[in-house]
Design a protein around this ligand. Structure first.
Ligand SMILES: *Cc1c(COP(=O)(O)O)cnc(C)c1O
Length: 373
């Protein structure tokens, strides 16, 4: 059999990511590749930095995109900031919190877990109780938007609590950036990472990160280098710092960065607050349609993520058959349950370019038909 060009089907992506990529971003991706040290490319990288500062609502100079997916942003935050002598408090309420736990364990630091409930926000009081009993703690880590459960935690309050106990914060904003309110400077977040393929409507493979001055000085003053050479931010920053100082570290994913530039520009043109409001409005439309179909939400209303709707699979309905029907008949992808919700929930994403009337109506109509069969 001869191998031919791969022509992917045209899908509508309403799962936990990747989400629908805007045509504008796809066309940016196809522009000519230039050298990663080309002066015009360096100019574009500087624009990516300032567009990211806007998206994160931060003045942090240490703001850039790691050349790898969100998981690499997570690992970069942990391996650069934490050393084996540190005590780290991790709030655990889903799959991505569990990955934070694993990062701390692999570094060999002391780990203290705030056990939360799957499908619920992190409880700030539980964090405070733990910190009271752990005076040696120097970091608090939590997931803002838990994509495995659809729960949104109160990042502002959690950061306030962490600061009260002199801890730096590491925040997973992979699914929150662009989809719900996130204010890195106002909320005092020290290290934050995200991903290109969720609410930014960009292709997978890049991880925006930002470090506060305090976090940056922790990184600069490390006595032992971070165990990851590729993710060592003291090296990567030389590459992204600009002003003619750019030196080779690795070859930037040139075309992917065009795509990120375009998607962040679209976000800036729309306006952050407008993007948050659009996600909320589409979520409300979807939620009322789902409830009319007799489908109920896993997460209590006040703790729900608009961009990731986790709903129980109705009694007697075959999970895999429905998702297959949506894919085969409507080219529509929704997500399966993950971890504790595997097999009993669906995750319907309304991320970035997917948070539109067309998508909501398609999803409701297709689900209605699938359930009727
Ligand atoms: C998707 C996701 C990640 C991982 O991002 P990848 O790009 O898949 O590596 C991390 N945290 C959360 C909350 C996510 O939703």
């Amino acid at each position: 059999m001869s191998i031919q060009s791969f022509i992917p089907p045209q899908r509508t992506l309403m799962g936990p990511g990747p989400s629908d990529v805007s045509p504008r971003v796809l066309s940016a991706l196809a522009r000519p590749t230039i050298g990663h040290l080309d002066p015009t490319f360096i100019g574009m990288m500087d624009e990516v930095k300032s567009l990211l500062q806007y998206a994160f609502q931060t003045k942090n100079t240490y703001t850039m995109a790691i050349s790898a997916p969100g998981s690499a942003g997570m690992e970069a935050c942990f391996v650069n900031l934490i050393t084996p002598s540190d005590t780290v408090v991790v709030c655990l309420n889903g799959v991505f919190g569990a990955r934070m736990v694993e990062n701390v364990q692999r570094i060999g630091a002391k780990l203290v877990v705030v056990e939360g409930t799957w499908g619920r926000a992190v409880d700030p009081q539980a964090l405070e109780d733990t910190l009271k009993q752990t005076p040696e703690a120097s970091f608090v880590a939590f997931v803002h938007a838990e994509t495995s459960t659809g729960a949104l935690s109160d990042a502002k309050t959690l950061c306030e609590v962490a600061r009260k106990y002199n801890c730096l914060t590491i925040v997973d904003a992979v699914t929150s950036l662009g989809g719900v309110e996130l204010r890195v400077d106002d909320w005092g977040i020290d290290a934050v990472y995200s991903g290109s393929q969720k609410c930014l409507s960009c292709v997978p493979g890049l991880s925006p990160v930002s470090f506060s001055d305090q976090a940056a000085s922790v990184i600069k003053n490390r006595k032992v280098p971070a165990q990851s050479w590729f993710l060592d931010q003291s090296l990567v920053m030389g590459y992204w710092s600009g002003e003619g100082k750019r030196s080779y570290h690795h070859t930037a994913p040139v075309n992917s960065l065009y795509a990120l530039h375009e998607s962040l520009l679209m976000l800036q043109n729309e306006g952050l607050e407008n993007s948050w409001a659009r996600h909320k409005a589409q979520h409300e439309k979807l939620a009322s349609g789902l409830e009319a179909l007799g489908i109920s939400f896993v997460v209590p209303k006040s703790e729900r993520l608009p961009q990731l709707n986790t709903v129980y699979i109705p009694e007697g309905v075959d999970d895999a058959k429905v998702r297959q029907f949506l894919l085969n008949e409507y080219n529509l992808e929704i997500g399966a349950g993950l971890g504790q919700f595997a097999g009993n929930a669906w995750r319907i994403g309304l991320m970035g370019h997917a948070a539109r009337n067309e998508n909501v109506l398609l999803c409701l109509a297709a689900l209605k038909e699938a359930l009727a069969q």
